[in-house]
Design a protein. Structure first.
Length: 188
């Protein structure tokens, strides 16, 4: 967030991160007058979306920062250099700088699927149950609540559904994830 904040202070524009990344990037982007766009998980998906929306910075929640002015690839050294520059210009300690950004908590869970599961049936059940909320199906199923979200996506390597939930409360994030796990178990 700090790197995106620094980049957006110096160059107005849009941002992209994958759907399983924190909402804080959206907050920072809106603060600077830009548009935030989510993408499917994976660097190639983030880059494709960045090009489509002319983003000035993007990345994934694991800290993979992509700055297209330099190149379209994750680059830890660019991230470190931009962060240290921001820290030096702000003349704050890392703790003071961190305290200027929103607090969000993520709950990461998974549910194992048994042989013969019907993923379409599971997702249709969830979509119907949460139809009053904005839903994105570009990469699994992401449901946006007023200030929270949950993202369900299947693994490409094992028979599981990953469940990521985020809130400004650790307890609420865990409760959202728990609720979706129960919803999935109803169908299974």
């Amino acid at each position: 967030m700090a790197v995106a904040d620094y980049v957006l202070q110096n160059r107005k524009g849009n941002t992209v991160s994958n759907m399983s990344s924190t909402r804080a990037l959206k907050d920072i982007t809106l603060k600077h007058g830009g548009t935030y766009t989510p993408s499917a998980v994976g660097e190639v998906n983030v880059v494709t979306k960045m090009k489509a929306v002319n983003a000035v910075i993007g990345g994934e929640g694991n800290g993979g920062i992509i700055v297209p002015d330099l190149h379209y690839g994750r680059d830890a050294l660019i991230g470190i250099a931009l962060f240290l520059t921001h820290l030096a210009k702000e003349k704050k300690s890392t703790k003071q700088l961190r305290n200027t950004y929103p607090d969000y908590f993520m709950s990461k869970n998974k549910i194992e699927l048994t042989a013969g599961f019907d993923l379409k049936k599971i997702f249709e059940h969830i979509k119907k149950k949460y139809k009053k909320h904005p839903i994105n199906t570009e990469d699994g199923l992401k449901i946006e609540f007023e200030t929270d979200w949950v993202h369900l996506r299947t693994s490409n390597t094992e028979p599981i559904i990953r469940i990521y939930a985020e809130s400004n409360s650790e307890t609420v994030a865990a409760n959202i994830a728990g609720k979706l796990i129960k919803d999935i178990q109803e169908v299974l």
